[in-house]
Every structure is written in structure tokens, then in C-alpha cells.
Design a binder for this molecule. Sequence first.
Ligand code: ADP
Ligand code: MG
Length: 618
Amino acid sequence: NKLNIYSTNDLVEFFPRKYEFFNLKKANHKANNQTITIKAIINSKLELIKSNKTEYIKFQVLNNEKIINVIAFNQNYLLHVLKQNDKVYLKGKYTYYNNQLILNKLIMPNNFMPIKPIYNIENISDTNITNIISNIFNNKLVNINEILPENIITKYNLLNRYDAFYNIHLAQNINNLNAAIKRFKYEEAYLFQKQLLNNVDKKVYRKPKNYNLKLVKKLIDTINFELTNDQKKAVNDIFSDFKQNYISYRLIQGDVGSGKTIVAAIGIYGAITAKEQVALMAPTELLAKQHYNDFNKLFKGFANVELLTSDIKNKNEILSNLKTGKIDLIIGTHALIQDNVEFHNLGLIVIDEQHKFGVNTRKNLINKSLNADLIYLTATPIPRTLAISLFNEAKISTIKSKPQYQKPVYTKVILDKDINIIIEELKKCLNLNQKAYVVVPAIESTHAKYNIENVYELLSKHIDNKYIYAMHGKLKKEEQQIVMEQFSLSSKAILLATTMIEVGINVKSATLMVIFSADYFGLSQLHQLRGRVGRYNLESKCFLITQDEIPERLKIIEKENDGFNLSKYDLKLRGPGNLLGFEQTGMPNFKFLDFVDDYEILYTMRKEIISNNKIWYN
Ligand code: ADP
Ligand code: MG
């Protein structure tokens, strides 16, 4: 019951944690030095051998008409269990030269299974569980209904659900077990895709957006850098969506610092030239404010931009200007899609850092009957092969190339005891008139070893505290923005912060990222944090501080600068729910499917569901 097993069905749905394989073989020269299992008959008395060092049991068995010597350490109970002519299975390491098997496990024939499921249920032996489960199947005490469509089962040569459950527990050979595993992988992929596709809505028609290319080009001319090829491609993708006669949504994925904002900006302006309003949503007010500053500059003389945050002073005026259409672009957080916000003619919604919101946002928008085109920006890129198993291929723009001047961020794991290295690096950074971030997992000492309080103290012992700014969730929104502005504007400074600064923050002269208690953070999060530096042509560094045991993911991030590669690791380490923002949809973690290696199954199941149900998805 501790494991939520109350019925026969519950037990059958409780899958083995792993299997022990008994490699049934003949004891001959081919099996030399291998762990094998033999079927044998006891052919001698059991002798207890005592020497001054060890104690063991010795006996002989007959296997395939050949005598084999068996030695068993620490298993004196065998003396009382076995007698001559007993039939047994023996698992152990066999050496050919002395024709000897060192026993590690004895199994009586009525308990023998070539593949033994291991359940790890406290106080109940695996053999017992297996007996109960075979009883359940033999006496038809379980109800198993098929949930995959017949045509998929046939086409992909899958076991039916009943047989799959049977074989996951009671397979007599590896082929049957593999067939069961395959079936459950398809099942997981199918259910997952079905859930995703359920969230997809019907094609919604609208007029093609009548944007003004001349004006758009004029805006592009004011940008003081050349777009990378991937950026150009993404911009083209957006405009070809505009030309369609139905609402589209597009995922623009690109690593941190790959320049997604400017791509979105060009698209946003395109929609504005088509006399539509645009909403840009960011996951934090800090980022919304930053976007507001940037867009205000970029769109000066082109469009009206306003910021709508929880504590904005002239809220009512902004709301009414939105309603009458005086505002072209409104920037804010989720609050933007709250009930009291009315638009004149909202044509496009851009969601920055989509992975922070989750996949349901579109549904929320539709529920609010905001029928606008949608662009998601995400800095948690997923491998293309995987992306197309989750989204329609045509609807993903990937920005792979980074602005040329960006260099990889030198990354190093530092142990707690070497913290003086960090102090030196911080001093160096300030001497170069550059900026640093120092990230800690908590605000106060009760919550974590390193926190805003004690790290502030530590830093100010060595560094003039006029250079140190602190940023955290206990500050009022206004105060946060003031701190952020002061930090951005000062020539050299350290921003000591919680992970509030994780997403989107873009300060070009920041070149040093120090993360205390780095073992506290996930891979993607660390990569995002690191992405706050190295955003310009300056050499940048990232230090990850941890205790003496270095977790695997810190070693990975030390070596790997590419967000696409990192996301593969992350998918493996944490599963898709966490990474892609499916958590809110109650996405179970897969038991069989490997999100990275099995992308083809995901992809095929997606295609099947779409063609079976004639779902239109965009
Ligand atoms: P992210 O993709 O992480 O949102 P941003 O859009 O904030 O990245 O861009 C990071 C920085 O790179 C910004 O300062 C932006 O102005 C700059 N940038 C973007 N595209 C280019 C480009 N093609 N050439 C040079 N700099 C660029
Ligand atoms: Mg960004």
C-alpha cells in the first residue's frame, strides 16, 4: 500500500525496476570466465571445507553429461537444502581450466525464470511478487483494455496491451521482453502526442496581414549590425506566416545571445505596419522593462511603445489607449492577457522565453478569444529531430549561428575552499572597467549556505561596496528596476542576485558570471545564467562554485558551450516535462521512452494521430 498498490490492476501496472538475466549456457570453453547459468543435477555430497582463512562448500554437478566442480562461499545453508540428484539452476562465474563454477546464486527449478524481474518492494521477495502476478494472469484477475488504435498496432507490429503487460512481468525470453518494452514506448509516445495535439486548435482564418515592406526595410536600415543568415531566415519565416490567410504560431528557438529579440522586433513592426497592435510578453518585469527600453529606442519615430506592469502609475491611461488603438506595441508580463486588458485590434502576440510560461499559454489566449498570431521565443533549444516530433516542422525557426563577435564563455568549476580565486577574478573584472554577476540560490542564510546576506558580507570584505549592488525578490519592483538601471549604467559594478536575472537580461559590458552553490541549479538554468555574459566581443568567464563533490552536470557545462547540445543532456537527466514546460499539462515522466533516443517513435506517433484524426495543426 505504501507504493499505492491496492488491487490486482495496481500490481500489474507496477513495472519491474529492472531485470536480472540468467544467461543459460553450457559450461564449456566458450563460457570461460563468464557469468553463466547452468541447469544441472547435484552429483555428489556437499562438503564443508574449512581452512584457517576461509570456509566454503564444495560439490559436483552434472551439466550436459559433464561433471563440474562448484564452490560456494558464505552459503552454508545449502548444506541443509541440497541433496544428491536434486535438479537446480546455478548462476556463477565459470573457469574452464579447472572446470569450476563459483556460485553466486542458486535457483530451484520451480522458481526459475530466465529473465527475473526485480521489483524492489520492501519486505516482499521478487519471487513472491512474480508468483502473485502469474496467479493474476493465470486466473484472469486483471482487466486490461487496449488503448492504441488497431491500425497502429498492426502497422508497427506491436504486442497488444494484455500481452505487453504479461511479458513485462513474465517474459520467458528476451524477444518477448523487448516486444513488451517496444509496445510501451509506442504507447507512451502516442498518449503524449495525443495530449499535445489536443491542445492544438482548429485552423482560424483571418485576412493576410497587409504589411508595408518599405517601412519594414526602413526600420531594418536603422539597425547597426547585419543580421546573421539564421536571423534573416527567421524573419522571412515570420513574414511568410503573415501572408497566409489563417492564424499561425511559430516557435523561434535559439541559444542565449543568438539574437532572437531583433528578429521578433522586425516581425512586430511588420504587424504594426499592417495597422495591427502587438503584445510582447516577458516572464519577469525586469525583462519587460529592458525590452521596453530597447524597443522604445528601436521604434523611435516608427511606432508607439508602452509598458504595462503591475505597479505602473498611469495604468488607466494605458488601458484606454490600448482600447482605442493609440498604442502599437504593449510590453509586459502575463498580466497582459488578464481580463481587464482590452485591445483595439490585437494582431500578434510575442512570448519571450516561452519555456518559462509553459505550453498552455496559447490555450489561455484562445480562451480569452484573443485570436492573434503567436510567436514564441525560446532559449531552451531542443534538437531539431526532437523539435519536429513535437511541433510542425514548418513552424520552427532555428537560430543556430551566433553574432560573429561572440566568443565561447570560459567556464570553470571551483571548489568552495578556493573561493579566493573568485575574489581575484572579481577585482580583475572591475579593474578592466567591466561588470560581473554573482548569483546565489537564496536571499537569507536560513535557506542556503550561500545567500545574498553572507555573500554580500564576504564580497565587501575585499571589494569596495560602492561597486556592489544587490538584487532579489524582496526588493520592491521599483527598487529592482532602479538597481538594474544603476548596474547597467555604471562603468564597473557587481550585481549580486538571485536567479531573477536568469532570463533575458542583456548588459553588454558584463563579462564575469559567478554562481555560488552551482550544484543547486539545473543544467539549463546554469546555461541561461552563463548566457548573461559573453554577449558582446569581450572575453567572458563563468565560475561555478561547488563543494568538493562535483556533480556530473557541472562537468558537462564546463566542457559544453552550445545550448543545443546541452539540452540533449538535460532531456536525459531531467525528462521533457521540466525542460519544455509541459509540467503544467500533467505530463507523466516516461518509464520506457527515452526522449532523445526515441524521437523517431514520437515523430511517427505524431504523424499517425494527425492522419488518423485529420487534425489540422498550424
Ligand atoms: P537572445 O537570443 O538571448 O534573446 P538578444 O536578442 O538579447 O539575445 O541579443 C543578444 C545581443 O546580441 C543583443 O545585444 C543584440 O543587440 C545583439 N545582436 C543580435 N543580433 C546581432 C547580429 N546579427 N550582429 C551583432 N549583434 C547582434
Ligand atoms: Mg532574449
